[in-house]
Design a protein around this ligand. Sequence first.
Ligand code: NAP
Length: 249
Amino acid sequence: MSGLQGKVAVITGGSSGIGLATAQRFVREGAFVYIFGRRKSELDQTAALIGQRVAAVQGDVQCIRDLDRLYARIREEKGGIDVLVANSGFIDPQLLVDTTEENFEKTFGTNVRGLLFTVQKALPLISDGGAIVLISSIAAFKGIPKYTSYSATKAAVRSFVRTWTAELKDRGIRVNAISPGAIDTPIIDAQSATKEGADAIRASFKAATPLSRVGRPEEIAAAALFLASDESSYVAGADLVVDGGLSAL
Ligand code: NAP
């Protein structure tokens, strides 16, 4: 199968976890992929791992100049974008009583403001008939202690999908979200100061998930491929839940 043959894709956060798996899958399916993130070492490692039809651009989704630089480069090198996966995300779990201004601003700055301008700045380049995939989370519609800021950002992402589907329909651009459940990526480790703590988070999600395990990043990449390709040509404004049944029961 080569569902993205000849397509140009952008994946923010494409150097780790879900974004990395998606970049690998998209290149295997024939796309040229731009990956974007802050850490140069991770970007370089990912580009070397993928090896072909990949370009790494260092930058922060919170910085408009970085986004402009990303898209200026793509305009010059490729002329346009067929698929945008807005995947970069940040979490620092804090109870409501402990939530700091810094936590609130960084979480909303990355997951909401950063995602909004990632998409807005790409619009002139996205081809009519293109696909935008936003990475939300089942946290958007679950009550999970310590996820005050994070869950609210992901609910905002779900809302963006509806508004942007309406705004972009005349260009045939399909906008959809994916809501992953617990997926085994570095973002789980980032939620605890110790390995034991991170393993406890994995164990609690595993226990709550009907399929009795956390998910693999490749399983989200498969959903992203579906929403990015013509296989989902009649899917718009949707939120595809990929969570092993966690939010269903
Ligand atoms: P991850 O491995 O930690 O990846 C996060 C990616 O986002 C990294 O590549 C990181 O790169 C990038 N990023 C973070 N802040 C950024 C910024 N300011 N500018 C540009 N890039 C930035 O975690 P992941 O699990 O793959 O997360 C990917 C997405 O899935 C996130 O939106 C997350 O909220 C969502 N999600 C994850 C899970 C899960 O259980 N894993 C569940 C539901 C939803 P740099 O640090 O180098 O910038």
